[in-house]
Ligand binder design. Structure first.
Ligand SMILES: [Zn+2]
Ligand SMILES: [Zn+2]
Length: 367
């Protein structure tokens, strides 16, 4: 496999332009503190312009980009938030028609991801769930497989009193994996031949969170930027020119040359998932002809529980290993989950994007 450059980022967060607390320059400092290479700020229904570029803290620099999280404000209850990147124009006016919005994003050369698709309500605080409700749509880039704040909401809602307190003050003790419904939906779309890129994000707001008498900023931006992130892979390195590097970020996301890392459990940098067969090689996000068989290889970077999943089924796994190798004889979309024990519980550490192995029985739809 050729040399790949890796960059870690977070692609979903808010400023006071919508309902967040910190402005772009402050958020950039939090991203620098967390060691991220890039962030994409996604305020609700507003594409903030003029703030993109590199931000520094004297030692390091982080690339800040702006996208948008679009929804129909007139729709009640609220549903179907769409993350939009790289469209470079205000598309919130298209929010009333989710398919029309996705089409407009595609026409503008942008990317779209269904945000927190199985978000649950937070009854204790009267907060509604904001799931994706328009599953008939086609042509979107992918799904936000893991939204950390949505996971926190879920464990608060499902747990008893102490679980709720822990979710607020020690979320890492109670959050362990993405919503299984979202993973099942991803697998179902993949098995139907749809190319679906998975991303993982914070959805940071810096909000003061109140639970009864307890009031505290418990989910600061820098903490959330050290939790669930999206790592991208590129054959071309960043060169420090923000427009050049921006193009690399969006190209990698479009191609699914990316994986989701729960970096709080241990750095996920260096994870790799690749395929080698008679028709060539591929990395996550790519498709390859199956031919006489393809060898899939996952390198986790530390001893862990590695699962290879095809259309919702675990087809191979390795316990307490750094790598997994498997020869695929069947077409389909193969993705990897790496699990690791943290604070006494197995937790999802890495989720790869799929490698699509095409044969007579499995072909990607081209929408
Ligand atoms: Zn949202
Ligand atoms: Zn959001």
């Amino acid at each position: 496999m050729s040399l790949l450059y890796e960059y870690s980022g977070n692609l979903h967060m808010h400023t006071p332009y919508s309902d967040g607390e910190a402005y772009h320059a402050e958020i950039a400092q939090a991203a620098l503190a967390a060691g991220l290479d890039f962030i994409i700020v996604t305020d609700h229904n507003v594409l903030v312009q003029g703030v993109e570029g590199y931000y520094t803290n004297h030692e390091n620099h982080v690339l800040l980009l702006t996208g948008e999280e679009i929804h129909d404000r007139t729709r009640l209850p609220q549903a179907s938030h769409l993350l939009v990147y790289g469209a470079e124009r205000e598309l919130a006016t298209c929010a009333g028609d989710p398919q029309g919005l996705i089409n407009a994003v595609n026409a503008a050369g942008g990317l779209s991801f269904l945000a927190h698709p199985h978000d649950t309500p937070l009854d204790q605080l009267g907060e509604p769930g904001i799931p994706w409700e328009d599953w008939h749509v086609l042509g979107f880039t992918g799904l936000e497989i893991w939204n950390y704040m949505s996971s926190v909401k879920q464990v608060i809602n499902e747990g008893g009193f102490w679980q709720r307190i822990r979710a607020v003050f020690r979320p890492e003790e109670v959050v362990s994996a993405p919503n299984p419904l979202t993973l099942a939906k991803w697998d179902a779309l993949l098995s139907a031949g749809q190319r679906v890129v998975g991303i993982g994000n914070s959805d940071a707001h810096g909000t003061v969170f109140q639970l009864g008498l307890l009031k505290h900023v418990i989910f600061p931006y820098d903490f959330l930027f050290s939790c669930v992130n999206t790592h991208i892979l590129s054959a071309q390195p960043f060169n420090g020119d923000w427009q050049h590097d921006k193009a690399i970020v969006y190209k990698a996301l479009r191609q699914g040359h990316a994986y989701i890392g729960y970096d709080l459990l241990g750095s996920t940098r260096q994870f790799r998932f690749s395929a080698h067969g008679q028709y060539g090689t591929a990395i996550m996000g790519d498709s390859l002809k199956l031919g006489s068989g393809v060898t899939l290889q996952a390198l986790a970077g530390a001893r862990s529980h590695i699962k290879l999943i095809r259309h919702g089924e675990v087809v191979a796994e390795a316990h307490n290993r750094e790598n997994l190798t498997y020869t695929a004889q069947q077409g389909g979309a193969y993705r990897v989950e790496v699990w690791r024990t943290f604070k006494g519980k197995p937790r999802a550490w890495i989720l790869s994007n799929p490698i699509y192995l095409e044969d007579a029985t499995y072909r990607l739809n081209h929408v």
